[in-house]
Ligand binder design. Structure first.
Ligand SMILES: Cc1cc2nc3c(=O)[nH]c(=O)nc-3n(C[C@H](O)[C@H](O)[C@H](O)COP(=O)(O)O)c2cc1C
Length: 168
């Protein structure tokens, strides 16, 4: 099958997932791999991924998806606060909302991705101002839990997602 893997990644987490997807696509023809400025005209299946920026995909990935028509699309993403399935499910719906009619979303995958240290420092400063702030405490916990992600298990699940999308 002719495959495109297009992704938006600022700090490398989503790129790591894209790499795992690429490895799972061995034996298929990869016609595009990289940021969302690819020509995917020849692709029969487009893997499209983004990091989560303020609750949704990046503007550049949304703009790319809006150029597609008649494509089978497998959507993937990483998120810093993705430690509950319900949160991932909400993000999936937002991501799907950027896919124009006339395309088909065949599959979706999300995993957690570590955040830059500057984010933790911002929370720490907020907590210093207001030590009882439960919300900031929870954000700090989420930050620390995300530090090891994407991990081996996430990348194996990404490969599994790719193999399933290829078999559909
Ligand atoms: C400016 C900014 C905004 C973010 N907004 C969110 C968000 O709304 N929800 C979330 O779960 N993670 C958020 N994150 C965390 C990133 O989505 C997460 O770390 C992701 O794995 C980064 O992927 P990348 O390494 O491919 O850029 C944000 C990170 C930054 C730097």
């Amino acid at each position: 099958m002719r495959i495109a893997i297009v992704f938006s990644s600022a700090t490398g987490n989503t790129a790591q997932v894209a790499q795992a997807i690429q490895e799972a696509c061995q034996g298929h023809e990869i016609v595009a791999f990289g940021p969302p400025d690819q020509n995917v005209d020849r692709a029969e299946l487009v893997f499209a991924g983004s990091w989560t920026d303020k609750g949704t995909m990046t503007g550049e990935m949304a703009a790319f998806l809006h150029t597609l028509y008649g494509k089978r699309i497998a959507l993937f993403g990483t998120a810093g606060f993705g430690l509950s399935e319900a949160y991932f499910a909400a993000l999936v719906e937002r991501f799907k909302g950027e896919v124009p009619q006339g395309n088909q979303v065949v599959s979706t995958f999300f995993c957690t991705g570590k955040m830059p240290q500057a984010v933790r420092e911002r929370y720490e400063a907020q907590l210093a101002q207001n030590p009882e702030d439960n919300k900031v405490q929870a954000m700090l916990r989420a930050f620390d839990l995300a530090l090891s992600h994407p991990d081996r298990n996430d990348l194996e699940q990404a490969a599994q997602f790719a193999r399933e999308a290829l078999s559909m």
